[in-house]
Design a binder for this molecule. Structure first.
Ligand code: 13P
Length: 251
């Protein structure tokens, strides 16, 4: 019932020509993949070129961030209307790297989520605890805080146009994946929060992705968990072959 979503977050990687080459290779490798939503999230500068490559394919386009205002004197920012204009369907919001290096708060994440939804972009809202927080037994508190802060004020239909990605910070780029049981535990906790805030029906429909050192070797086991509906992939999305293999593990 929930279609798995595999998204490649390229982070700060790939020039326009590299992005076009990677997407062209990926498009051929996943051309036959159905029953899975495939997304690539290049840097802003490559969005338009990648959109041309994926036209009429089964790959959707995401940005890695968005600003909450539509236009005006906000030097350096990119808004939801501008992302729609270059063909984005999704936008990643509140990634831990944005929270950690650029000071993004739950309030800022929530404003971005609302701006994305107002313009028909589907937000991929990232949540996740740091290692010290997990070790201190604070995982659920942090996750509850990120989830409730990120989705504050969203209607049920807005929530169902959103994706929540659980990305434990200690698993990002470290090669230390959460075990399938650890991922399942947190995903189940998030679904419980959504049941309380909305309903069982809403909570059972939303897609919850896992992110953090997802590779072709561990993807199947993670996605076999009942509440893990896909993956947000960093490093392994920078090679067409490994990303395509992860896509195939989701089907
Ligand atoms: P890695 O897959 O490189 O650990 O990155 C995960 C991530 O941050 C995706 O958003």
């Amino acid at each position: 019932m929930r279609i798995p979503i595999i998204a490649g977050n390229w982070k700060l990687n790939n020039t326009v020509s590299e992005a076009v080459a990677l997407t062209t290779a990926l498009k051929a490798l996943v051309a036959d993949s159905i029953g899975v939503e495939i997304i690539v999230a290049p840097p802003f500068t490559a969005l338009s070129a990648v959109h041309n490559v994926i036209a009429e394919s089964n790959i959707r386009l995401s940005a890695q961030d968005v600003f909450w205002e539509d236009s005006g004197a906000f030097t350096g920012e990119v808004s939801a209307p501008l992302l729609k204009d270059v063909g984005c369907d999704y936008v990643i919001i509140g990634h831990s790297e944005r929270r950690q290096y650029f000071g993004e708060t739950n309030e800022c994440v929530n404003r971005k989520v609302k701006a994305a939804l107002a313009h028909g972009l589907k937000p991929i809202i990232c949540v996740g605890e740091q290692l010290e927080e997990r070790e201190a037994g604070g995982t659920e508190t942090v996750i509850e805080n990120h989830v409730t802060g990120g989705i504050a004020g969203l209607s049920a239909s807005d929530l169902l146009s959103s994706v929540i990605a659980y990305e434990p910070v200690w698993a990002i780029g470290t090669g230390k994946t959460a075990t399938p049981a650890q991922a399942q535990e947190v995903h189940n906790f998030i679904r419980g929060l959504l049941t309380n805030a909305y309903s069982d029906e809403v909570a059972s429909q939303i897609c919850l992705q896992y992110g953090g050192s997802v590779k072709p070797e561990n993807a199947a086991e993670l996605m076999a968990q009942p509440d893990v509906d896909g993956a947000l992939v960093g490093g392994a999305s920078l090679e067409a072959e490994s990303f395509a293999q992860i896509v195939k593990r989701a089907i």
